[in-house]
Design a protein around this ligand. Structure first.
Ligand SMILES: *[C@@H]1O[C@H](CO)[C@@H](O)[C@H](O)[C@H]1NC(C)=O
Ligand SMILES: *[C@@H]1O[C@H](CO)[C@@H](O)[C@H](O)[C@H]1NC(C)=O
Ligand SMILES: *[C@@H]1O[C@H](CO)[C@@H](O)[C@H](O)[C@H]1NC(C)=O
Ligand SMILES: *[C@@H]1O[C@H](CO)[C@@H](O)[C@H](O)[C@H]1NC(C)=O
Ligand SMILES: *[C@@H]1O[C@H](CO)[C@@H](O)[C@H](O)[C@H]1NC(C)=O
Length: 381
């Protein structure tokens, strides 16, 4: 019995030391996450990340997201119906076996976060789902969602970055537009121009309908936009679609996923004939922060620029769904060594939840106390 206990204690000391060292030594992505190698003709570097693996999330708030609750009257929603955002329309639906990436889900249907639009209006409003990310300091970045759009006609499914009504970057899907011959994604920058047009961006230069080479309601695909100083570039499954270069946002905002309908025949139409579900399997955000403390954190952890402590963000170039093998995609957050001093909300298979938030001083203090306590317990002090 005694030797086992001894090994156990040595083990614990090892873990404590590793934790302590992890906070002192540089981790591999301390100088940021980049689009392209930093010696490429052109690249963009971001200091912060937030990745959410909805295939394994059971608690949205703990994962860094807030489901929304609000009512918008038909008049304010500019449609025959208003919008009623409800908690119950945002439903985590993880894969049943936490070590799998595909297969049976907890509630049935496709695994991932389910966002519903309901068929039956309530008080002239159509029940819908919306969730926002908890970070509001996103200023430039590469933003990615993997989702499967509803095939029930009469909804709008959207992934967007939002500051306010004149600074917004949108990828929107109208389920009524999806069929075997046409599968458009609506690309929109809301701008002062679209505000003047009564928030109808379709008559502005920062609106485009891009025909996709696949059916967005047949499976999961990655939709992505890179917001850089001089352009917003849109992608689907890693294929470049379009750049927009005017009316770019210039201040920080946050990410939103929603699925809604207001019956407007010129846009969402609806309500859908049956309850309609949009399913999200991940959101990955690599961005710069507008927050002064996060900027100081970056300068402190990166120090003198060193390309060795900078990581390239992989491109997702195939549809991220289907089998166990193809639904598994890359997350820096799965490796603590690649997310030092980042906010990480993880629920990785067979690993406990980690939160490696900023504030190394506090981290050092806590680890110091823990190590001292551990050493005391080992009889070393
Ligand atoms: C990365 O490289 C690709 C291919 O050369 C290019 O199209 C893209 O604009 C580059 N991205 C950035 C952010 O520079
Ligand atoms: C993001 O911030 C870092 C650190 O300040 C900077 O080096 C980098 O160029 C910024 N990225 C972009 C795309 O402006
Ligand atoms: C799915 O993949 C994971 C890791 O990639 C593996 O642990 C698991 O056993 C696989 N499940 C099936 C059903 O193949
Ligand atoms: C949106 O934010 C920008 C930057 O802060 C500001 O200049 C603009 O007036 C805002 N627009 C609205 C409609 O509030
Ligand atoms: C497919 O949708 C497009 C755009 O909504 C429409 O113009 C076209 O007629 C539809 N095709 C079929 C076969 O339904």
């Amino acid at each position: 019995m005694a030797p086992v206990v001894f090994l156990d204690r040595l083990n614990v000391l090892g873990v404590l030391c590793a934790a302590l060292l992890g906070n002192v030594l540089a981790t591999s992505c301390d100088c940021g996450y980049s689009l392209n190698q930093t010696n490429a003709t052109s690249y963009a570097l971001f200091t912060d990340l937030m990745e959410t693996d909805f295939l394994h999330v059971t608690d949205l708030k703990a994962a860094g997201w807030t489901p929304q609750v609000y009512n918008v009257t038909p008049t304010a929603a500019r449609g025959p119906y208003g919008k009623m955002a409800l908690l119950e329309n945002v439903v985590p639906n993880a894969v049943k076996n936490e070590w799998d990436w595909a297969g049976e889900s907890v509630n049935g249907g496709d695994a991932g976060l389910q966002v519903y639009v309901r068929a039956d209006p309530v008080d002239d409003m159509i029940p819908m789902g919306e969730l926002v990310i908890q970070r509001t300091d996103m200023l430039l970045g590469s933003f990615r969602v993997a989702m499967k759009i509803s095939s029930a006609a009469g909804t709008c499914g959207a992934f967007f970055w939002f500051r306010n009504d004149t600074q917004e970057i949108d990828m929107e899907f109208l389920s009524k537009q999806l069929n075997d011959t046409s599968n458009p994604v609506n690309l929109v920058l809301q701008s002062p121009q679209s505000a003047e047009a009564g928030y109808d961006a379709s008559h502005t230069q920062t609106y485009d309908i891009y025909p996709l080479p696949f059916r967005p309601d047949d499976g999961f695909h990655e939709y992505r936009f890179d917001w850089l100083e001089d352009r917003v570039s849109f992608y689907a499954d890693g294929q470049w679609l379009k750049d927009m270069t005017i009316d770019l946002p210039n201040s920080a905002g946050h990410l939103v996923v929603n699925h809604w309908s207001n019956g407007d025949p010129g846009w969402s139409s609806g309500p859908p004939a049956t309850d309609a579900v949009l399913t999200v399997s991940y959101v990955k955000a690599y961005f710069n922060s507008s927050d002064a403390q996060r900027q100081r954190d970056y300068r402190r952890r990166c120090g003198k620029w060193d390309p060795q402590t900078q990581c390239v963000i992989p491109d997702q170039t195939r549809a991220p769904g289907g089998s166990n093998a193809t639904a598994r995609t890359f997350f820096f957050s799965a490796d603590p060594d690649e997310v030092g001093n980042q906010t990480v909300f993880a629920d990785w298979p067979n690993e406990s939840r980690r939160s490696v938030d900023g504030g190394a001083e506090w981290g050092m203090l806590v680890f110091g106390v823990v190590v001292a306590a551990g050493a005391g317990w080992l009889g070393l002090v």
